[in-house]
Design a protein around this ligand. Structure first.
Ligand SMILES: Cc1cc2nc3c(=O)[nH]c(=O)nc-3n(C[C@H](O)[C@H](O)[C@H](O)COP(=O)(O)O)c2cc1C
Length: 95
């Protein structure tokens, strides 16, 4: 069973995102803000960084049907992984 609490007390959590036009970055910032956890841009992610986390939340836009940068979390072990993605409607972001 997973226990999650805000403020890093329960599970070390990081939101990692890859974003070309800023949509995944915005979603990642919302999620990390709600969870009060670390946020990292894809280029700062590494196998060693992933291994330090109990939960990784990975997000990237869809490009030709593929989630941008997803290899970071599929080719490296993650203890627990949540993935989010988004496509063409992301331009309808609220202010
Ligand atoms: C070259 C290209 C390919 C894309 N392919 C898809 C796709 O296969 N499916 C989809 O729903 N959206 C597709 N999109 C739309 C992007 O996923 C969308 O603009 C997204 O918000 C980009 O996220 P980002 O700004 O976080 O990188 C594509 C956009 C571009 C420029």
């Amino acid at each position: 069973m997973l226990f999650y609490g805000k403020g890093r007390d329960f599970m070390k959590t990081a939101v990692i995102y890859k974003s070309k036009y800023g949509a995944a970055k915005k979603y990642a910032e919302w999620i990390a803000g709600e969870l009060e956890c670390e946020i990292l841009e894809h280029s700062k992610g590494s196998a060693s960084e992933l291994s330090k986390c109990d939960l990784i939340i990975y997000g990237g836009g869809l490009y030709a049907g593929m989630i941008s940068g997803i290899g970071l979390v599929t080719k490296n072990p993650c203890k627990n992984l949540v993935v989010f993605t988004h496509g063409n409607d992301a331009n309808a972001l609220p202010d």
